[in-house]
Design a protein around this ligand. Structure first.
Ligand SMILES: Cc1cc2nc3c(=O)[nH]c(=O)nc-3n(C[C@H](O)[C@H](O)[C@H](O)COP(=O)(O)OP(=O)(O)OC[C@H]3O[C@@H](n4cnc5c(N)ncnc54)[C@H](O)[C@@H]3O)c2cc1C
Length: 395
């Protein structure tokens, strides 16, 4: 016989999306439990650890050196033949970001939720979901024991490999073209500008993806690669591409690898429906990742915030049906959907672009006086410097 536990809201997954949802529900005065299958929040890290500075006002948190390693001024985009486009602080604005210690960031968010009154179980893995009258029952293994959790609403915050949303009848299937496989080394002894992230673009470096260097300090950087799954099926090996890049680049070749992490990211559009009776889906589980950059922490935070606020309203109205939770779908789409769709279209274009074209585009943009870091402004720059390429890029 399983132990029984009753809560208003159950959040499955203790990443940023889950912790922020739990925080908002607890702040609203309701009884919320977050369960995390790992033994420790935030570990192992599977992240390049770059996030936008906008995260601070959005989450109403202060800059904190315990989780911020370095603050960026801008970005350098490097083309296959080595042309460099610099996006400096005056253009990048809040679009630049921090490079963080993700394990401490995740832990801070979970602790914030707990301080607001949320309960948290680690070593607790959800194994099934079933709708019942006025709620749902989730079975979970907590510290080796079977537990049945009764909740009025359940949040699928279980990340890229999510199963919970599928148990709730929502379609989270991904096309192969919409998956990137990533591998990253944290490296010390590398020659990096500690104020600039770098992106190496084009088939020469990373077909259907890019190589990044996110500096964590003077001589330390997260150096990683994302490769499109369609290429991996045809024999592409992200580790080989990354190792070749490091070996052939004097600034990285003498570095020492201190950590390796790997994982998948979705680079498609978010799932069509993120709400069902008694269920909401947040963060990576809902495929809310920026398809161009593979960054998902920002959108995980936005979706968690909107999910938590919607749950509070639905509990106040005693209505956790799909209709009662429907405000969530509108709220997160209002905040991030346009940007995700725009970047999805840009990513689709980049996937098919030849290295020669990319060389010309980046060369042209490096000579253009960019006013802001937006797709529209980039297209204006290309129109001015290489009008012959605009049709190719827009077609
Ligand atoms: C190599 C790599 C580099 C990346 N770099 C960046 C970057 O630089 N910047 C950026 O913004 N994003 C980056 N991302 C993406 C980013 O890590 C995710 O978008 C982000 O973690 C999403 O947060 P989340 O809370 O939705 O999911 P997650 O952080 O994945 O959290 C989900 C949690 O659910 C738990 N869980 C899963 N199943 C269950 C279950 N059945 N029961 C209980 N718990 C469960 C998991 O253990 C996990 O802790 C990167 C991803 C990868 C793989």
């Amino acid at each position: 016989m399983a132990d029984e536990h009753i809560v208003d809201a159950l959040v499955i997954g203790g990443g940023p999306a889950g912790s922020i949802t739990a925080y908002e529900v607890a702040k609203g005065g309701y009884n919320v439990l977050m369960i995390e299958k790992r033994a420790e929040i935030g570990i192992p890290v599977r992240c390049g650890e770059g996030i936008s500075k906008e995260i601070l006002p959005i989450l109403d948190i202060e800059k904190d050196p315990s989780w911020i390693c370095s603050e960026m001024d801008g970005a350098r985009i490097i083309s296959p033949c080595g042309n460099v486009m610099v996006i400096g602080p005056e253009v990048a604005g809040p679009e630049t970001g921090f490079v963080i210690r993700r394990e401490i960031f995740d832990r801070m968010l979970a602790e914030r939720a707990a301080s607001a009154g949320a309960n948290l179980w680690v070593n607790a893995e959800a194994t099934s979901f079933e709708r019942v009258e006025n709620g749902a029952v989730v079975r979970c293994i907590h510290d080796g024991k079977d537990v049945e959790i009764h909740a009025k609403v359940v949040v699928a915050a279980d990340g890229f490999e999510s199963q919970v949303a599928r148990w709730g009848g929502l379609n989270t299937a991904l096309a192969e073209r919409d998956i990137d496989t990533c591998i990253q080394y944290e490296m010390m002894g590398v020659d990096v500008d500690p104020k600039y992230v770098e992106f190496y673009m084009g088939r020469r470096f990373a077909p259907g993806g890019y190589i990044w260097s996110f500096p964590k300090g003077e001589n330390i950087s997260n150096v990683g690669i994302g490769l499109n799954a369609t290429l991996i099926k045809r024999g592409g090996d992200p580790k080989r591409y990354l190792d070749d890049f490091i070996r052939n680049n004097d600034r990285f070749s003498k570095g020492i690898i201190t950590e390796i992490n790997a994982g998948g990211v979705s680079v498609g559009l978010p799932i069509e429906k993120t709400v069902a009776d008694r269920m909401l889906v947040v963060g990576d589980a809902a495929r809310m990742i920026d398809p161009l950059t593979g960054g998902g922490v920002y959108t995980a935070c936005i979706s968690g915030q909107e999910a938590g606020r919607t749950i509070v309203k639905s509990l106040e109205n005693d209505n956790t049906s799909a209709e009662g939770l429907g405000g969530y779908e509108r709220a997160w789409r209002d905040r991030v959907e346009d940007q995700l769709v725009r970047n999805y279209l840009a990513k689709e274009k980049l996937l098919d672009l030849d290295d020669e074209v990319l060389d010309k585009v980046i060369e042209g943009l490096s000579e253009y006086d960019l006013k802001e870091a937006s797709t529209q402004e980039l297209l204006k720059g290309i129109l001015e410097k290489h009008p012959e390429l605009v049709n190719e890029l827009m077609g």
